[in-house]
Design a protein. Structure first.
Length: 133
């Protein structure tokens, strides 16, 4: 079941409500629920923060397919930004050698088992998969 959300940080309450309902109806355990909520919050926040000129709502769809939870997020009015092309963050590097940015996407990659990106005609689509043990 997909739902559209206004491109605004204030939409996070409605998103968490949607995710709460979806994770219960899909019978997800607490760990999977946490991962889904964290990943969606991070990506939604980035879509709002880094695409201020976008006008379209952001679509979020959470489904269970056998032993996987699949999340699709679509920003239908965006510039390209391939989150899968970012270099891995070296979390072991000394602080003075680190550059700001990238930790949120790093977190999403750690929480999810698959992350894919597609861009066409100003439409960003991010697909996340979490395997359920």
């Amino acid at each position: 079941m997909e739902q559209h959300f206004t491109r605004d940080i204030e939409s996070l309450d409605a998103i968490f409500s949607y995710l709460g309902e979806r994770t219960v109806s899909l019978d997800l355990d607490d760990g999977t629920t946490f991962a889904v909520k964290m990943a969606v919050e991070e990506l939604f926040t980035n879509m709002v923060k880094y695409n201020r000129d976008g006008r379209a709502d952001i679509l979020i769809d959470v489904r269970r397919e056998a032993d996987d939870v699949t999340i699709v997020m679509v920003d239908a009015d965006s510039e390209p930004f391939d989150i899968t092309s970012l270099s891995d963050v070296d979390t072991n590097a000394p602080l003075h050698e680190r550059r700001p940015g990238g930790l949120g996407i790093h977190l999403v990659r750690c929480l999810m088992d698959e992350v894919s990106y597609e861009y066409k005609n100003r439409r960003t689509s991010i697909r996340l998969v979490k395997h359920i043990s």
